[in-house]
Design a protein around this ligand. Structure first.
Ligand code: MG
Length: 382
């Protein structure tokens, strides 16, 4: 597959923080992708919540299956558009590495705990995982990924954090764009979760087909599927609808983005970075439709009382753990106590809080539940 001139490529990469010889039989972004797949944080994604807590059912998406779906959608679009498939895949597989256990409830709870210590943000944490927290290589901390992969992982960032991030933060201060591959991974994430949350919500019985028929994106495909297959059993019907919704969004994104790339007349990745806005985008009508679907999911699914009850429990687990470790650092496992000894005299509370947050954010759902048991249930085995 020939890369478009504005795609990311090894020759124009801004390189790695610690220079390394080029890989022999792989591209730089293939190497990034491979390093991500082999890291511990990637394996933990299997036991982290996307919306539904891992133990609620074996068929729900986890962060791992979500990330694989993002990679699948991202790669299909990248190949169709002549973009760098390996880079999109690397970003997609890494984009959620910094997520706490228990999905957004966990992130919000940890952010609240960290309020006085600089806050907690999962995008920044994903970056921290690949730059610092993975300890695997002899010559550098983290995974030493290419600039473009890290640029794609850092989807959002506040001005305050951007200032502290050096080269990687500069685009947020100068209002520049990331590579098309990063823009694409971001939207592939959205296409994946909007569709699989509908699927999981229906499977769990939290939302119903009747309600979804008020949403144009769903209703159009529903009409088509029931016209073609009036007798189809519900599970197969839902899959037929969802695969059409994904396809509809993917085709719209490819066609609309190709048109805006043409209009902007970009030739290189630097032109992409300097373009006035993102070039990978849905058409206006699809943007409206996805907003309506997101609103629906927020009102009917993410705030459904059954999801809320689990969120409530998760938030309590996270804040109990945080407070316990902040109060007594000797409750932490030895390797984290070791890290605490490295905090400089001048920064103890902030430094300690960040290390506690790293420990908690790295937990899987079930590990956090067990750790909470061990600390707070007197009859639990330690
Ligand atoms: Mg995601």
């Amino acid at each position: 597959m020939k890369l478009a001139s504005y795609a990311a490529r090894d020759e124009t990469s801004r390189g790695r923080h610690y220079p390394e010889p080029a890989p022999a039989y792989r591209s730089q972004y293939q190497r990034d992708r491979d390093r991500i797949i082999h890291c511990a944080a990637f394996r933990r994604l299997e036991y982290k919540t996307q919306v539904f807590v891992n133990h609620e059912g074996d068929l729900f998406r986890t962060r791992l299956t979500h990330s694989i779906e993002v990679a699948q959608i991202g790669r299909s679009i990248a190949r169709a558009m002549g973009l760098n498939e390996d880079l999109v895949e690397a970003i997609a597989l890494a984009h959620d590495l910094g997520h706490t256990p228990f999905g957004h409830a966990g992130q919000d709870a940890l952010n609240a705990c960290m309020k006085a210590f600089g806050g907690f943000e999962h995008n920044l944490q994903s970056l921290r995982v690949v730059e610092l927290l993975e300890e695997r290589y002899a010559d550098f901390p983290g995974l030493n990924l290419s600039y473009e992969t890290r640029e794609g992982i850092l989807k959002h960032c506040s001005r305050k954090h951007a200032q502290a991030l050096g080269e990687l933060g500069r685009r947020f201060l100068e209002q520049k764009q990331p590579s098309l591959e990063a823009q694409l991974a971001n939207l592939a994430d959205e296409i994946a979760y909007n569709n699989h949350d509908v699927d999981d919500g229906l499977r769990y019985g939290l939302i119903a087909v009747d309600q979804l028929n008020d949403i144009a994106l769903f209703a159009t495909q529903y009409k088509e599927v029931t016209r073609l297959y009036p007798e189809l059993p519900p599970r197969r019907q839902i899959h037929e609808i969802i695969r059409r919704m994904i396809n509809f969004m993917v085709v719209d994104l490819i066609e609309n983005s190709a048109a805006s790339i043409k209009r902007a007349a970009v030739e290189t990745i630097e032109d992409v970075r300097n373009a006035g806005g993102p070039l990978i985008a849905y058409s206006d009508s699809l943007r409206e439709m996805t907003l309506a679907l997101k609103r629906f999911l927020r009102q009917r699914l993410y705030t459904h009382y059954r999801v809320r009850r689990m969120s409530q429990k998760s938030a309590k687990i996270i804040s109990d753990l945080f407070l316990a470790f902040m109060e007594d650092q000797y409750l932490l496992p030895p390797q984290y106590q070791e890290k605490l000894r490295l905090c400089a005299e001048s920064e103890p509370p902030d430094c300690r809080a960040r290390i506690v947050a790293d420990y908690i954010a790295g937990m899987t759902d079930r590990y956090a539940i067990r750790e909470h048991e061990r600390l707070f249930n007197p009859s639990a085995l330690t």
